[in-house]
Write a protein that binds this ligand. Structure first.
Ligand code: 4NP
Length: 153
């Protein structure tokens, strides 16, 4: 089982988008049984809250299934359990290090670094879920290719 955790600041906009986009890609590749895919936050700001309306709207528009969920903060247990911890931006790495201390097993990478590199803009601030979706999709597609190229899946 390959365990993948997407992380952002609040766990209501970007990381749930990445969770459901990646689940959809994995499903379309017939690989669902090989993965555990989840998402969480570096903060408790939105703990318990469902996905942001803008992310839901974008997922619906793209025909990507999603479930109701409750935002939650990343834990040290998550660090031990998950194999790949994919963050949206550099600030998320600093947030994770405040929780876990250090990335001793080098599990943390930036999602967009599997594609063209850089941070994924936070739609909470920009209001632009189109750019976020484009970056999340290209990052998730490139990450799945990375796993295939290395015969992980
Ligand atoms: P996210 O967006 O990290 O993509 O889920 C945010 C959600 C909430 C806040 C910031 C960013 N907030 O400050 O509450």
């Amino acid at each position: 089982m390959i365990k993948v955790m997407f992380v952002c600041l609040g766990n209501i906009c970007r990381s749930p988008m990445a969770e459901f986009v990646f689940k959809d890609l994995v499903s379309k590749n017939g690989l669902t049984d090989m993965f555990l895919i989840s998402s969480s936050a570096t903060s408790s700001e939105e703990a318990g809250n469902d996905i942001h309306y803008g992310t839901k709207q974008k997922l619906r528009e793209q025909g990507i299934p999603f479930t109701r969920r409750a935002a939650r903060k990343f834990t040290t247990q998550d660090y031990n359990e998950y194999d790949y911890i994919l963050v949206m931006e550099n600030a998320n790495i600093r947030g994770l290090l405040r929780i876990i201390g250090e990335d001793g097993e080098q599990k943390i990478t930036r999602l967009k670094d599997y594609a063209d590199g850089g941070d994924i803009a936070d739609p909470w601030y920009t209001g632009n879920f189109d750019d976020t979706y484009r970056d999340v999709l290209s990052g998730c597609t490139a990450f799945l290719k990375y796993l295939k190229d290395r015969a992980v899946v």
